[in-house]
Ligand binder design. Structure first.
Ligand code: HEC
Length: 164
């Protein structure tokens, strides 16, 4: 009897472990969770854009909107700009001056809007190429700035950390 029940107990225990929510009780955990949400939406868009149409294919537009909204949780561009100006003023980092920063921030903001537009287009005109390009451009726009900053300040959003 005990032996018969054992696998069920293990199953229940395993399911409890796997459904436990991601904890975000400090800043680092919260930011990590937000990054993971950004990645999931982006990866879903990439795979949906490359596969056949299915019942939820129309959600491409919603995923694009969610990427924009989720980014808004941690860093709208105005916020990014303000923080970076502060960060850079003290250190005099020649690699990234304020003018460059503003321009990279604007490009990134446009790439987020463009992603939503490209998702609409992909629905109406079945333009998958355009959508994949818009996803790549959006990711690249983040990296163009983050790569110039220390990883401890600007996380490598699209790189999956080792061991995940
Ligand atoms: C023009 C430069 C620039 C661009 C473009 C940029 N970022 Fe950032 N990002 C920063 C800086 C600077 C920080 C660190 C701010 C701080 O913590 O003071 C940062 C931090 C972050 C963080 C961590 C926030 C925190 O509280 O630790 C996330 C998440 C993030 N960026 C996401 C993105 C995403 C997604 C994109 C592209 C859609 C993007 N960033 C584009 C400059 C940029």
């Amino acid at each position: 009897m005990f032996i018969k029940r054992l696998p069920l107990c293990l199953l229940v225990a395993a399911s409890l472990i796997s459904v436990s929510p991601v904890l975000a009780q400090d800043n680092d955990e919260y930011v990590e969770s937000v990054i993971s949400i950004l990645r999931t939406h982006t990866q879903l868009m990439e795979s949906m854009a490359q596969g056949p149409r299915f019942r939820y294919s129309d959600n491409l537009v919603r995923h694009a909107q969610q990427i924009r909204e989720t980014f808004g949780l941690v860093g709208p561009m105005e916020w990014h700009a303000a923080q970076a100006a502060e960060l850079l003023s003290g250190e005099g980092d020649a690699a990234l001056n304020e003018e460059m920063f503003e321009s990279l921030a604007l490009t990134s903001q446009r790439s987020l809007s463009n992603l939503v537009r490209a998702a609409h287009d992909s629905m109406e005109r079945y333009d998958r190429e355009g959508l994949l390009e818009a996803i790549t451009a959006m990711k690249q726009s983040c990296m163009n700035c983050h790569d110039l900053l220390p990883e401890s300040i600007a996380p490598r959003i699209w790189e999956i950390p080792q061991g995940e």
